[in-house]
Ligand binder design. Structure first.
Ligand code: ARG
Length: 278
């Protein structure tokens, strides 16, 4: 660990690229059902607080120079705020989502319609998949989660439609039910991840592909620190992920901490709220 003063370690030659994100204001956010271990409908949620935290996230993206488009929230779909699950977009081609749970099923067509109405080339999926929740795109490969939500058959469907190699990774810890709760791309070639979320074989795949990865601790994973968004230089990450934040700074990233504690009651963090249109 570096002991350099923070002014020195935050100086960086890492470069960001401008991004376009799709987000959904959590006007109807609540926890009324439980489809992952984070969700306790008895705990109570504060929708106004969720909207406030989400607005800070949106402002963080805009102040970094990124473009944010919005999709209208739909009453009765409290998890629609988690836009990452709505699709996977690579080079303008939109692979639609097909949700594993009935409670979220209507979100798939709602997100796909947003893209169809804007003239994108789309594919309605045959197999269950939860969009960028389980698909993370790097320059040469797409990393794809399975085990809890996305059907491995969807991995082949995505590869055929998008023309980028898809690497299957098996998730084994129900708290980290989507790939984006356990891993995030730092840039087009490297990632950060929590080893405990993956099967032994998938861990070896990650070690082979990313020998220089940032390895996160259980403590950082348990505050959804891996559910972060990097533009290649700036990393938007839950503020409680203190160990991960130190390591990111040491590696020359600029860290943009956010508080999304209200949305975490549903098992979501910054990345879950963010669908990249690339
Ligand atoms: N409550 C939602 C679910 O369980 C949270 C989704 C979080 N999204 C994500 N990309 N990890 O489906």
């Amino acid at each position: 660990m570096s002991l350099a003063p923070s002014a020195e370690i935050s100086r960086s030659d890492r470069t960001s690229t401008a991004r376009h994100y799709l987000m959904c204001r959590p006007e109807f956010f609540t926890v009324s059902y439980s489809i992952n271990p984070w969700m306790d409908p008895g705990e109570g949620t504060d929708t106004a607080r969720a909207v406030g935290q989400w607005e800070s996230l949106r402002q963080a993206y805009e102040s970094l120079g990124h473009r944010v488009s919005l999709i209208d929230p739909i009453e009765g779909l409290p998890d629609m705020v988690f836009a990452a699950n709505g699709a996977l977009v690579v080079e303008g081609r939109v692979y639609g989502a097909k949700f594993a749970h009935a409670e979220r099923a209507a979100e798939g067509p709602a997100y796909l319609d947003w893209f169809i109405r804007r003239g994108y080339e789309t594919l309605a999926p045959s197999f269950t998949n939860e969009g960028e929740g389980d698909y993370l795109t790097l320059d040469d490969v797409i990393l794809a989660g399975t085990g809890f939500r996305t059907d491995v058959a969807s991995h082949m469907e995505a590869q055929e439609f998008l023309g980028r190699p898809v690497v299957t990774l098996r998730l084994v810890d129900p708290r980290f039910y989507h790939l984006d709760t356990a891993l995030f791309p730092l840039d087009g070639h490297n990632v950060a991840y929590y080893p405990g979320a993956f099967s032994a074989g998938s861990l070896r795949v990650l070690q082979r592909l990313f020998p220089d990865a940032v390895i996160a601790s259980a403590a950082d994973a348990e505050v959804l620190g891996l559910n972060a968004v990097s533009d290649g230089r700036n990393v938007v990450v839950n503020a409680e992920a203190t160990g991960l934040i130190l390591e990111l700074k040491r590696r020359g990233f600029e860290v943009v901490p956010v508080d999304l504690s209200e949305l975490r009651k549903s098992g979501g963090g910054p990345k879950c709220c963010t669908l990249e249109i690339r």
